[in-house]
Design a protein around this ligand. Structure first.
Ligand code: NDP
Ligand code: OXD
Length: 310
């Protein structure tokens, strides 16, 4: 039996050696050199073409190369009876929290506004310098990433709040949940961070109506999925001043097309889906553990409950 590796965006040589190191007995088949389809026992994948997984008759488990699984559940032919495991890798989590902390501090200290002033040769301090104790930072999604980001923001002294599907109790974080808690949550976010999974419930969640609930002059950091945000509504909110600035790592269409207005908007900072990167050296060991667990009939870490959807 063999492992199928499918990713058109990752460096295959790194993966070949990382997988060989932790799973020396496994035969690795890197797309498109798949060999006989009935040989494939596990698939390690990022954005596989719809139908590929369903075409593997002896598949026993699917491992996402990332934390998100929206790239898999969007496949109408996904073999939903098989274990689907998402990546929970402390090195990915750490990168994501670095991205969140860095950008919360950037927005807190008006760096996007200063970048615009520099471009205009304008020497104009924005006074008084804000205190973190007066700044409310809200995180949408209190899962692996949201909780770690909040824990790393806490030492700065921000007023922290979080929003999730089910109720949570996190020390020093005002927690809100469900549709009924969303308006109150948003109304108290000077800096809003989106770390939600993409699902039918969360797609388009940051639309004109929700952005209007934020305090005037709020900032948005989206490091989750582009489809959480309605781009035209976000641009309108930036143009009207309802939002002061935004930092976006993810887009509905990636790479972001050259003619997209976000590229040139003065209040937008763009990173190319680079907030967190799956590192073969750490992820391969976690994948080996998941494969061993599935073979032995144990529950792997990161097993997705498809009835919940993330
Ligand atoms: P988790 O599954 O651990 O956490 C998801 C959180 O979102 C949970 O708190 C969950 O609530 C909440 N949630 C889900 N649906 C809803 C809803 N309908 N309403 C309110 N809250 C909801 O995911 P992770 O933290 O590991 O990852 C989050 C996402 O980050 C990934 O799915 C991926 O899209 C993105 N990501 C982006 C990366 C990048 O490089 N830009 C890198 C890695 C991940 P509850 O706690 O109640 O279940
Ligand atoms: C992920 C990502 O889901 O990198 O891990 O987007």
């Amino acid at each position: 039996m063999a492992l199928l590796f499918y990713s058109l965006s990752d460096s295959q040589p790194d993966w070949t050696s990382a997988i060989a190191k932790v799973m020396p007995g496994e035969r690795l088949r890197i797309w498109p050199d798949v060999g006989p389809l009935d040989d494939i026992e596990f698939a390690i994948v990022w954005k596989p073409p719809p139908g590929l997984l369903a075409s593997l008759p002896n598949l026993k488990g699917i491992l996402s190369l990332g934390a998100g699984i929206d790239h898999l559940v969007s496949d109408p032919q996904l073999p939903r009876h098989l274990p689907l495991v998402r990546l929970i890798d402390p090195s990915l989590t750490a990168q994501m929290s670095e991205y969140v902390v860095m950008n919360v501090l950037r927005h807190h200290r008006f760096m996007p506004q200063y970048a615009r002033q520099q471009a205009a040769l304008l020497w104009q301090p924005i006074l008084p310098p804000p205190l973190t104790a007066e700044r409310r930072v809200g995180v949408m999604g209190l899962g692996v990433l949201g909780r770690d980001a909040l824990a790393k923001l806490a030492p700065f002294g921000f007023q922290l709040r979080g929003w999730s599907r089910t109720a949570h109790n996190i020390p020093s974080v005002a927690c809100f949940h469900g549709a009924s808690g969303l308006s109150d949550f948003l109304a108290g976010c000077d800096i809003l961070v989106c770390l939600l999974p993409l699902s039918t419930e969360t797609r388009g969640i940051l639309d004109a109506k929700r952005l209007a609930l934020l305090p005037e002059g709020a900032c948005l950091i989206n490091a989750a999925r582009g489809a959480h945000v309605i781009a035209t509504d976000l641009i309108a909110a930036l143009d009207s001043g309802q939002l002061a600035a935004t930092t976006l790592d993810v887009f509905d269409s990636e790479p972001l097309p050259a003619d997209h207005p976000m590229w040139r908007h003065p209040a937008v900072t763009i990173t190319p889906h680079a907030a967190g990167w799956t590192i073969p050296e750490t992820a391969a060991g976690l994948m080996a553990a998941s494969i061993a667990a599935i073979r032995e009939g144990r529950k792997p870490v990161g097993l997705v409950d498809l009835s919940v959807g993330y």
